[in-house]
Design a protein around this ligand. Structure first.
Ligand SMILES: Nc1ncnc2c1ncn2[C@@H]1O[C@H](COP(=O)(O)OP(=O)(O)OP(=O)(O)O)[C@@H](O)[C@H]1O
Ligand SMILES: [Mg+2]
Length: 293
């Protein structure tokens, strides 16, 4: 037998084995925990928190996917310091599978956002189905999926945050941010089967200031919404955050000894200890995507 024929036979055998393994390998259940980082007021630090939490969790050994769901002004790629090879728009249009659209960076996989994409409620049926399929595939491969949502309390933001396992509501100590964070908590908590609500006090001068801000929301939510909100923690106001953005690297990488990096590692450690809730994000997203149909 000539070497060419032998090589062809071997390649055919290999393909057959791979195909067989794909058919017989048990599907990994969709167990990824999904954490949506959201807020009421814009500009409070969601993207910086989502990116740095995701990188810190990846450094703790988790398989992490970061999805930029900010449909207005997507910029997680910029904070992560990468040029995205593709965006969620390629996945929605069916041009790429979600795995071909992911960009690796700092130990995680980024599905970059596409500014100007339609909210899921307005997506045509085929695109909704592709979005659901993309989340299903990500959830099968990752341990943790971090969503960076857009600012504000539009239906799309609230529904995705509520469908997550945890909705991390970011606020600063400013009264305007607190009022808007409470509004976000209220809307998310009213969704059926809503995510566990957790607060992060960002840009606090010290721990006491962050605690005071979060304590107010926790007690008002309990009293008026009968909603349990817990405090995930805080991140100090730190010039290292702005410096890292300017140097186009996450601050946990560019400034690992900074106060902000230490705070985020604490949050990530706390977050990585929790479990996914039963039911599954993909099923919940499917329900809400059907609702928009
Ligand atoms: N802990 C912090 N200390 C100092 N500056 C911070 C901190 N967190 C965020 N910032 C700064 O706040 C600004 C807004 O941050 P970021 O873009 O992450 O907010 P956002 O909530 O994602 O905004 P948007 O609502 O527009 O999506 C940035 O200039 C960032 O450098
Ligand atoms: Mg943002």
């Amino acid at each position: 037998m000539s070497p060419d024929v032998l090589a062809q036979d071997q390649a055919a055998e290999l393909r057959r084995l791979v195909a067989q393994r794909a058919r017989t390998a048990p599907a990994r259940p969709a167990t990824a925990r999904v954490v949506a980082v959201t807020s009421g007021k814009g500009g409070v630090g969601k993207t910086n928190l989502a990116v740095n939490l995701a990188v810190a969790a990846a450094r703790f050994g988790k398989k992490v996917a970061l999805v930029d769901l900010d449909l207005g002004l997507a910029n997680a790629d910029v904070v992560l310091g990468v040029t995205a090879r593709a965006t969620i728009a390629h996945v929605l249009s069916g041009r790429l599978s979600v795995f071909d659209a992911l960009t690796p960076a700092h130990g995680l996989l980024l599905l970059a956002g596409a500014s100007g994409t339609e909210s899921h409620a307005n997506l045509p049926a085929a695109e909704r189905e592709r979005l659901r399929d993309a989340f299903g595939r990500l959830a099968e491969r990752a341990d943790l999926v971090v969503l960076d949502t857009g600012a504000g309390i539009s239906r799309g933001v609230v529904e995705f945050a509520a469908a997550a396992d945890e909705a991390v509501v970011v606020t600063t100590p400013e009264p305007t941010a607190l009022v808007d964070a409470y509004a976000a908590v209220k809307l998310i908590s009213r969704e059926p089967d809503a995510a566990r609500l957790r607060l992060v006090g960002n840009q606090a001068a010290d721990r006491a200031e962050a605690d005071r801000a979060s304590a107010g929301i926790v007690s008002v939510a309990r009293r008026f919404l009968q909603a349990d909100v817990d405090r995930l923690g805080y991140v100090l106001r730190d010039p290292a955050v702005g410096r890292a953005v300017m140097s186009r690297a996450p601050f946990v990488v560019a400034e690992p000894r900074s106060a902000a990096a230490e705070c985020v590692r604490n949050l990530a450690a706390r977050m990585c200890g929790a479990e996914a809730r039963p039911g599954g994000f993909v099923e919940r997203v499917f329900r809400l995507l059907r609702r928009g149909a």
